[in-house]
Each structure stands twice: as C-alpha cells, then as structure tokens.
Write a protein that binds this ligand. Structure first.
Ligand code: SF4
Ligand code: SF4
Length: 494
C-alpha cells in the first residue's frame, strides 16, 4: 500500500478543512516525445510556448462557444465547491471545481478581457508562466471530467470541458500526459488501448469459447472479424482479459446466442474506449471513431452495439454520428449506436431471454451509476433510460437489490475516482481519496442492508473499484458487471 492515509469513512459526509496545495505532490507522468509525435503534438515545450498557449486558448474559445460562456459566466456563488469527489477526498482547495476552472479563467481574463488587460490584479487575472503551466498540468489531471459539479452549478458550467481545453492547450505546447496519450497512440495503431494484436485477440476469444462450453455445455460463440454478421460489438478492450470485465463479455455472447442474433467483434476496431475525449482532441477522437465505421462497413454488419464502458458510451451516444456518420448503411430499425443493455433489456421485455435469478442468490446487490453514462448519455426511448434500463436488468437477474443513498445516485452519482485519464498508478493517492464519497455510500448499505456486491457498466469503474476497495477494507470481488449477472442467470436452451 502506498504512502498516504486512506480517508476515514464517516457516517455523514463531512466537508473537509482546507489543506492548500496538499495534492501538488500527486503528479501524473509527462509524455515523452515518442508518445507525443504520433498524435501530432510537440515532444517537449516549444519555443515561445507561452504565446502558443495563449493563442491556442483564443482558438478554442472561438471554436467552442460553450467554453467562452463557461469562462465568462461564473458568479462565484460557491454551489459547486463541495461537489467534487476529489475535493471531498483530498481537502485540496484547488480540487474545488470553481478553483480548478479559475486556473484557466485567470489566464483567459489576462489576455482576452479588457478588465484583465488593464487591471489584472483586480479581476484575478494572471500572466501565463511556467508556474501556471505546472499548476494546470497538476490539477487539470486531477479532474476526472465527471461533470458532477455542472449538475449543481446554477449556470451549468462544465468543469470537464474546461479541463479538456486545458489539456488540449498543454498538448499543443508539448506537455501532454503520458497515460492518456500512450493509450490513444496504441488505439490508433492497433485498434485497442492495450496494443493487443489481432492474433492475440483471436486466441483469447477461442479459449473463452472453450471455457464457456466447458462451463455450460453450450457452444456459445465469441466471433472475431466475421463478415456478414448482423451485429458489430465494440467492447472496452479490458473485457478481453481483465476481471471482472471478461465476465460481462461472456454475458454479451450468451445474450446473442440465446436470441439467435449473429454477431462479431472486430480486430480493427477492438476498442470501445476513446481516450481522445479526455484530452479534448477532436481530431484524435474522430480518427478512433472512424475505425468503428470502417469496421462496420468492412464486415457488412447491420447494427453497432457498444459494451459496458462509460466514456465509450458517452462518445458513442453523443458524438459517433457526427464524428463518423452518416450510418445510413445500417438497419434503420435500430438506433445507431445501441448499448448492450438496450439490446438485453429489449429481448428481456419481449420474453426472448429468461433468467434463473436464484443463480445470483449468494449476492445482495447495489448499483453504481457511472458518471459518463449518468450525466452525458441516454438509453432506450425513455427519459432517464440510462438509469432505469441497467437497474431493470439487475433486478431481473437477482433476487436481492438495494439502492445506495439517493444523494449519490442518478445524475448526482459520484465518480469512481479514476475516470478522465486518471486511472494510472502514479495517481493512486488521488484515486483512493477520490473514491471516498462512493465508499461512504457503499459502507452504509453494507452496514445496514448486508450488501455484498456492487454492479456497474463501466470498464474504468471496474478497474478502479477492484483496486481501491481493499484500501477501505472491502473485497475486490464485490465488483461485478451487469452482464456478469446476466451471464450467471440466463437460461440457455438453444
Ligand atoms: S468534472 Fe468532476 S472531477 Fe472535475 S471538477 Fe467537476 S466534479 Fe470534480
Ligand atoms: S456553481 Fe457555477 S457559478 Fe457557482 S461558483 Fe461554481 S462554477 Fe461558478
């Protein structure tokens, strides 16, 4: 265990006493030139970088109207100050959303407002400097871009968008984050975040088929690059090898098998995640989205379905059609794209899928809303479907379900503590402390309702929680995917 103290879980959430700059020690690694180059970014700080950064800020303000509104509209009402899990867990005031925004806003004011040009001190305007850049690097990589603060801001100011802009500016001057940029580079080169080549993927899926047949006696298929399949599934690559992620992939296969729907994965687009969302790079985000389009065209599928990954679903639901559309070659009877939960829910409602709930009787379940699904997407054709549909699936596949405190659910859900490019080892202190508000809600239902497991539909949440639960004396095995529950309970009779 690392060299910091895990926050104490209190009965009632407590707003911490300020500890200025306490998290300035928690810095993610800067990307080396060889990681920057393939993404089109300079490998180290460019000459005249201050001016380049200021110009880039002006360019982004002109391009994204929302950014300028967010930088202008804050009235310092304070409603967001205690809403960020990173502030609540670390006590560092720079992790208050408004303070995080001000890191960029102060520079914006200095160069792009009249008052900031003439009376900088009066309006909190700052010159661009290396100290400012370092502070940006530090604290804009301590934002998981979860958007919880925006729900409570009377003006809807979205700190995530400000963090994305700051990261894009930093990349443009040669100061990118190693973790996110390395992942984007691998996805652009290999088609997935792990750099898994096609043959390795094929081997993995083959052994999965053998395991499932041994376990169930049914030949459930996990096809790769199968031309003419009806559905292309784009899953987070963690589903191919990580626990508990792979259990959900097994579940997707069982759903398609039982429904008699042909499906395939693609070795060219073997990744649902799109980390370019985190760095604010439209161009890289588009390149990754175009891989999904090309895979769908090459394989001749009729539908595209995304697996259990929060930010993948945000990019797919909100942006896929504009990034890589039109998808007029797909079957118009289905939405483009679909979430695997929408597919399962629909089949379940039509009686195509049947479950034996008793298979999950050893669990008392609760459900964690993942932030990108909750606050940046929808599901089905009903308002709030992103909340209802996964819960309906959980309830259909188990007998014991308990909700956590409503203050921590739905659009007020707390981030797992590792979204937005923070799921990296050197930020473990941030991750453990940032998980504290969710841990508090988990502890409450463990203590009062004997909850044993927590389901979710996000690859990052699964990786983060299995890592940080032990810091709070919970078992990593408590984390399950929704299609893991489906996998255990589904009745296979075809
Ligand atoms: S977007 Fe999330 S992580 Fe970032 S400041 Fe807001 S609440 Fe905190
Ligand atoms: S809630 Fe909105 S307006 Fe109020 S301080 Fe926070 S960002 Fe500014």
């Amino acid at each position: 265990m690392a060299n910091f103290e895990t926050p104490e879980l209190t009965e009632i959430p407590v707003v911490p006493q300020l500890e200025p700059d306490v998290m300035s020690r928690c810095v993610s690694h800067v990307a080396k030139p060889e990681i920057q180059a393939p993404l089109g970014y300079p490998g180290e700080l460019v000459d005249n970088w201050e001016q380049v950064a200021i110009d880039k800020l002006g360019e982004l303000n002109a391009k994204y109207r929302s950014l300028q509104v967010f930088l202008d509209a804050c009235v310092k009402c304070g409603a967001c100050t205690d809403k960020c899990h990173y502030y609540l867990g670390t006590a560092d005031p720079k992790n208050m959303p408004v303070a995080r925004q001000d890191l960029l806003r102060s520079v914006y004011r200095r160069y792009y407002t009249l008052a900031g040009k003439w009376f900088p001190k009066l309006v909190g305007a700052r010159d661009m400097s290396k100290a400012v850049l370092d502070e940006w690097y530090n604290y804009f990589h301590q934002c998981s871009e979860c958007r919880r603060c925006s729900v409570f801001c009377p003006y809807g100011i979205d700190t995530a968008e400000i963090a994305m802009a700051a990261r894009e500016i930093m990349n443009s001057v040669g100061m990118g984050q190693k973790y996110s940029n390395e992942v984007i580079g691998k996805a652009l080169k290999f088609g997935n975040n792990l750099g898994l080549p096609g043959p390795a993927l094929a081997d993995t899926l083959e052994s999965l088929e053998e395991d499932v047949e041994e376990d169930t006696g049914v030949k459930v298929r996990y096809p790769l690059d199968e031309k003419g399949a009806e559905v292309l599934v784009v899953a987070p690559s963690a589903d191919f090898f990580a626990e508990p992620h792979v259990e959900s992939l097994i579940g997707y296969g069982k759903v398609f098998h039982q429904a008699g729907i042909s499906w395939t994965l693609s070795s060219y687009a073997s990744e649902g995640g799109n980390f370019a969302l985190f760095t604010g790079s439209y161009n890289n985000m588009r390149q990754l989205a175009l891989r999904v389009r090309k895979a769908a065209l090459d394989l001749g599928v009729k539908r595209i379905v995304f697996g259990e990954c929060g930010h993948a679903w945000r990019v797919a639901y909100s942006f896929l059609n504009t990034l890589a559309g039109p998808f007029d070659f797909l079957d118009p009877r289905y939405p483009v794209p679909q979430h695997i939960c929408e597919v399962t829910y629909d089949l379940m409602k039509r009686g195509v899928l049947k479950f034996d709930k008793s298979q999950n009787d050893h669990m008392v379940l609760t459900f964690h809303d993942s932030c990108n699904v909750a606050r940046a997407s929808g599901m089905g054709d009903m308002p709030g479907g992103q909340f209802t549909i996964p819960r309906e699936i959980v309830k259909a596949t188990c007998n014991h379900f308990v909700e956590m405190s409503p203050d921590t659910l739905y659009d007020a859900t707390f981030c797992c503590g590792a979204g937005g490019g923070t799921l990296t080892d050197e930020l473990i202190e941030l991750r453990v402390k940032g998980a504290m508000p969710r841990m508090q809600a988990v502890k409450e239902v463990v203590d009062t309702a004997a909850v044993t497991h927590m389901a979710n539909i996000c690859a990052i949440c699964k990786s983060q929680f299995t890592k940080v639960f032990p810091y709070y004396d919970f078992s990593a095995d408590m984390i399950v995917g929704v299609h893991q529950l489906v996998s255990s309970a589904i009745i296979l009779d075809r």
